[in-house]
Every structure is written in structure tokens, then in C-alpha cells.
Design a protein around this ligand. Structure first.
Ligand SMILES: Cc1ncc(C[n+]2csc(CCOP(=O)(O)OP(=O)(O)O)c2C)c(N)n1
Length: 295
């Protein structure tokens, strides 16, 4: 943020006290998705419309006629949240309304699997919307099945011996759509997340933000460990924080490179991993960051 013409780093105190998503949501204790929603709304503000497909987040957003969103919130069919956002943007434009953020907010299945075609269409048209993927790496609302965002070897309800293939790189896929703003984020780095939402809201065109959002049930972690688990993902290099602006990638946080085993072994879903499998993942992280050897 700019103060007196100087660029000043934002602090938590600069974020508004008011919660536009939060009180009254029906999320589990420590729900990473709900924390992400609360953090993002502090930046997006009251002039925001959310569209959301079937997911945990849609379910926990409210019961009966009440919602935990203090802004317009539209629960869409599973495949079409970005398309509904595109339609809302077109309607706002026809009315000459320019100061509203239109956000499709979906889980990893609603983004990368079942919802992918409408997401790809909105990105290819460069529609002026923000798509958020909150990624708990499983289909949690239907019982924790694997999807394309589940990492290799993680145990899920339908792959109890661990997933055999790796995570599809949605960030690269969205960059390949040649859109102006693409970023990864997570709940352990709220200021980094806030800066990215600010940039996405200011960007005139399609933006994509992919948030790692730990889930205690699916990941088999204690309910008070979602933020700590996200931090381990970042500090081990398992989840890289970066943004791609007009095709140019910038890392927004340098990891301290704790061993990736500290991240993996704190979660029940990875308790089946052999030493070789942990090493394989560590080697992949090292190679991604251009590091020679594990600590
Ligand atoms: C067309 C369609 N297929 C399947 C479903 C069932 N369904 C509802 S939520 C869900 C999983 C959602 O997973 P994700 O998007 O990752 O969000 P999460 O529940 O993990 O937060 C599925 C398969 C549906 N509602 N509509």
C-alpha cells in the first residue's frame, strides 16, 4: 500500500476489523476454506458478488435462509460458477456499474475437474472476474474422494493405499490461458494472500487465485493445526507462493526449506509413505527450487 507517495508493506492492522464472511458459518473447527474466505473478504470488501458451486464451502455458507456472507452470494450448479460470474459481469456492465468485484469461488473439484470447462472458457474470453480455487485436495463434501488436485501418495476414501499420480498443476494451466493475473496463496500467509486479492481486484480482466486450504478431516490433522500445516507446506517448498503478472513469475515468499517430511508426517493421510516415497517428494521439491540436496 502507498502512504504519502511511499510504498509501505501492509500489516495485519491495515486489514479491516469487519468480517464480511465469518460469523455464523457452519464450517468444521479450523476449516481452512472458511479461514480463506474470511481473509479474502477483508480485501475484496462489500462491493463483491460471490458465485459458488456445490462444495463444502457452499454447504457451510449457510443454512435455510441465512448465509454467513454479508454480500450477495449465489449458489450455482457444480459446473458453472465462472460462467455465472461472467453473466453477472455482463449484466453489471450493461447497467454501467463498474465498482463491483465478481468472484467465482470453488473447491478443487469445482475448479480443476467438474468445473473446469466453464473456468477455461471464462479465462479464454478474459472475462473481468476473479476465480478462486480453495484447494483441500479432495472432494470433501462427498466424503473425501481423490481428484486431480490430490497429491501423489495421499490416502483418500476411495484410494486407501494412496493416490498413484501427482497433482495436476492448475496454476500452470491458468497461466497457459494467457490471463493477466495468476497467483498461489495459503491461509498461513494472510498478508501475502491479501496483497494478491488486491491485485486481482484491481486487474481489469480475468484473475485466478489458488489457495491451499487444509482440511482436518481429509488430511487427518488436529483441528487446531490447519494454519500450522499450511505454513509447513510453504516453508518446506511443497507449496510455492508466487504470482504471475502478464506472464512474468515472481516468488512472493522464500521458503526456509524445512524437510518436506515435517509437512508430510504431520498428516495422517501420508502415514503410509515409505522412506523412498518421502525422498522422491523431497527430490521433486529440491529440483523445483534448483536445490542440490535435502537438509
Ligand atoms: C454435477 C454434480 N456432480 C456431483 C455432485 C456431487 N458433489 C457435490 S460437492 C462434491 C465435491 C466437491 O469437491 P470440491 O469442489 O473439491 O469442494 P470440497 O467439498 O472439497 O470443499 C460433489 C462430487 C454435484 N452436486 N453435482
Amino acid at each position: 500500500m502507498r502512504k504519502g507517495g511511499e510504498l509501505v508493506k501492509m500489516t495485519l492492522k491495515d486489514l479491516p476489523q469487519q468480517d464480511l464472511f465469518g460469523p455464523g458459518n457452519a464450517g468444521c473447527r479450523g476449516c481452512g476454506a472458511a479461514i480463506a474466505g474470511r481473509q479474502a473478504m477483508k480485501v475484496l470488501g462489500a462491493r463483491t458478488i460471490i458465485t459458488m458451486p456445490a462444495s463444502c464451502m457452499a454447504t457451510l455458507s449457510g443454512l435455510n435462509q441465512k448465509t454467513a456472507w454479508s454480500i450477495p452470494f449465489y449458489h450455482t450448479l457444480f459446473e458453472i460458477a465462472p460462467a455465472v460470474s461472467s453473466g453477472i459481469r455482463a449484466s453489471l456492465e450493461a447497467q454501467g456499474i463498474k465498482d463491483v468485484n465478481v468472484v467465482s469461488w470453488a473447491g478443487d473439484a469445482g475448479t480443476a475437474d467438474i468445473g473446469f470447462q466453464s473456468l477455461s472458457g471464462a479465462a479464454e474470453r478474459n472475462d473481468n472476474i476473479i476465480h478462486v480455487c480453495y484447494d483441500n485436495e479432495m472432494y470433501m463434501n462427498t466424503g473425501g474422494q481423490s481428484g486431480s488436485q490430490t497429491p501423489i501418495y495421499a490416502m483418500t476414501s476411495n484410494q486407501q493405499k494412496g493416490k498413484r499420480t501427482g497433482k495436476k498443476d492448475m496454476l500452470k494451466i491458468m497461466v497457459a490461458h494467457d490471463v493477466g493475473y495468476v497467483a498461489s496463496a495459503t491461509i498461513s500467509h494472510p498478508l501475502d494472500l491479501a496483497e494478491k486479492f488486491k491485485k486481482a481486484a484491481a486487474h481489469d480482466g480475468f484473475s485466478y487465485i489458488h489457495i491451499m486450504a487444509p482440511c482436518y478431516r481429509g488430511w487427518n490433522i488436529p483441528t487446531d493445526q490447519s494454519v500450522a500445516t499450511a505454513r509447513k507446506a510453504v516453508e518446506s517448498g511443497f507449496w510455492e507462493l508466487y504470482e504471475v503478472v502478464d506472464g512474468k513469475k515472481t516468488r512472493t515468499h522464500e521458503p526456509s526449506f524445512i524437510p518436506v517430511s515435517e509437512y508430510l508426517m504431520s498428516q495422517g493421510r501420508f502415514k503410509n509413505l515409505s522412506t523412498e516415497q518421502v525422498k522422491e517428494i523431497q527430490d521433486a521439491v529440491n529440483s523445483h527450487f534448483g536445490r542440490k540436496e535435502a537438509k
